[in-house]
Design a protein around this ligand. Sequence first.
Ligand SMILES: Cc1ncc(COP(=O)(O)O)c(C=O)c1O
Length: 392
Amino acid sequence: MNDCFMNTYHRLPVVLTEGRGAQLTDQAGKTYLDFTSGIAVNCLGHNHPALVKAVSSQAAKLIHTSNYFLSDTSFVFADRLVAACKALGMQRVFMSNSGAEANEGAIKIARKYSQTRYGNGRHRIVTLKGSFHGRTLTTLSATGQDRFHPDSFAPYTEGFIFVERNDLVAMEKALDGTVAAVLMEPIQGESGIWPLDTSYVQAVARLCRERDVLLMFDEVQSGVGRTGTFLASELFQVEADVITLAKGLAGGVPVGAVLAGSRTAEVLGVGDHGSTFGGNPLAAAAGLAVLDTVDNPEMLAEIRRKGDLVMETVRSWQHPQVGEIRGRGLMIGIDIASDAWPVLEAALQKSLLLLSAGQKTLRLLPPYIISDAEIKEGLGILKSVLDNLPPQ
Ligand SMILES: Cc1ncc(COP(=O)(O)O)c(C=O)c1O
């Protein structure tokens, strides 16, 4: 069944056919509890009535217009999204189709901002070790992990500097007059769910202001309510210059967004950037349904409460396999003593879908609509898998 695909993914042996809420069904009719949300995408779960209705009624009206024209749905979505990101000072948005593409847009904004003001030679971008920013050549180059820089894809885009997360001295040293921007995830997702310290981010924000360096948050995984605030970076109480979003933004319909604040809103002009599909009416209708459902205090409080329930339950086991538990809201990393991949396989056998992040960290990204009973059931499965692992 897999032969027609290029062999790029380490897939688990299951073929999914249907979903409802936090449950998925495979070809054989077996159901699974979904603690993955398609890697932080299906934030409203599967088959959410508001999302299905929005997508199907938009599909019956207008699926796509090129960006030579405005569509009413795309305009309303963009307006609502900018309003949802006001806490970080966002004023304008460019719509793309994916997280990597959103980060490409952010990098272009940073380069043009700096080039226009200071001329050539100040184009470098500081990112953090352990970061993940995407799979295009430039976003791979921005990613602060050696394993994403094999020789097979060289040469990479030049101009990225990597510093340790939460190391202010290293950051201060890196901002040496050749740097246009700092790009960082508020919580590093792919490398193991590593939140940044608030005091560190606030100090970096001050340094960036002093040195006219842009502060850009990659919220592709952490944004759109995942951590219990609409943006994870709201917690830092700083103003950002650029924020990127994707994944959960349209609940499974591909869309990405680059948001810009007061210093950056006017940087890109006509002809500087573009995307054929970016933010088309179908994606915008889906995005509006997500915003309507997620961007309200009750839903965000529920995400925080459910996240606490997960973390408190796992802590209460005092399990010899479980080490540090990190994260916020429903973006949770659990360090375990064993390799994560066999745990994913064993959990799948027992009808629970899990993710890993790094070699020995389980990553839990359940949909926001998951019930308490489903959380307890899924964690019960996880505990039984951990109970059966050989002692380390
Ligand atoms: C923080 C972060 N940035 C960017 C990306 C790339 O997003 P996409 O796969 O939509 O290109 C990801 C994907 O995992 C991510 O987690």
